[in-house]
Design a binder for this molecule. Sequence first.
Ligand SMILES: [Ca+2]
Ligand SMILES: [Ca+2]
Length: 352
Amino acid sequence: MMIKTVVAGLTLWGLGCTPEAAVSPIASVTSIVEAKTLPAIDAADALMAVDTDGDGLDTLLALRKGTLHIDEHNKDVDLGGTYQAHARGVLHGTDNEIALIATGSGIGFSKAPMRLWKVDATGTSLIWEHESARNRMTDVAIVDGQIWISWFSGPKTVTAGWLVDGSFTSVHEDHMAMHQRPWDSGGVIVGRLYGEEPKSHGDLALWQDSKRRPLPSLRGVRALEVGDLDGEGTPEALVGDGWHHAYGAQGDARLQLLSGVHLDTSRTIAFFDDDYSVEQIELLGSGPATRLLITTSSHVTVLERDALGWRQTPVSSFDGRGNAVGVRTETGWMAAVSGDPVRRFHLDGAAP
Ligand SMILES: [Ca+2]
Ligand SMILES: [Ca+2]
């Protein structure tokens, strides 16, 4: 479905249409309808979705009190820790998507080590386990078919790097740099929640060849995602960069888009007035039709492009714990929102 959309966009270019025409191959404008059907998963602390069998439809994964429940299978797996991060993607040399789930220390699991779990068509397996000062993983991603993880290597130090065959190689380590992503042959985008001084603001930088290049950032970075939003083959970065140590009163849920080889072009694409932080950024689809599913501190919102820029469509409010996740269904994209109960919203107006 996503591929067809991209192909349609490329066809438009081939026919000599204006760039404006190619920027709007969105088949149907987001139209939120809450699903009323009884789901197999009724409550979750965090949600993930993955298409492990390659049929184009996602299986919903729910984590609750350290136990993973997989929709359709009715089979629970004990992950032995608190949910910390997740990712989905296709590993190099394989055909189908996998999900990665990071667990570690947290409420009810004070002694749990960091663990990285893989969910594929054969089930759930442990691919990395490690202990550190905080036993906390801050980010997981699949980049160019390889696993990239970030975790607290010291009380206030986060290391990020590649995990290959269960062996971790650090690429960059920095103070409170909870969100980092590889960039352009050896570089790393480094988002820090706080600076070194007590209560000082965090920031965003591009590290290349051991040199630090500051990037535009309001304050501390709470969320970071990378993807090709225009379908031209090179990635852009999306950053939630309004974190403040007094977050409830002074944090800003701002979403910034950075583009260019050195990420030196920036624009604010959303400000979520009622919230204090952007917590999670998920790209739904690919290329110019990509929609963004944004989890902020207490709301879930879809962003999509129209002739006037990035349009916001509210999906749901929630209690501020957990996340929302995009799920591909037979009637298009659905957003599932964690909590008790889990709520599901069809983004394309269909309610089967
Ligand atoms: Ca599937
Ligand atoms: Ca691009």
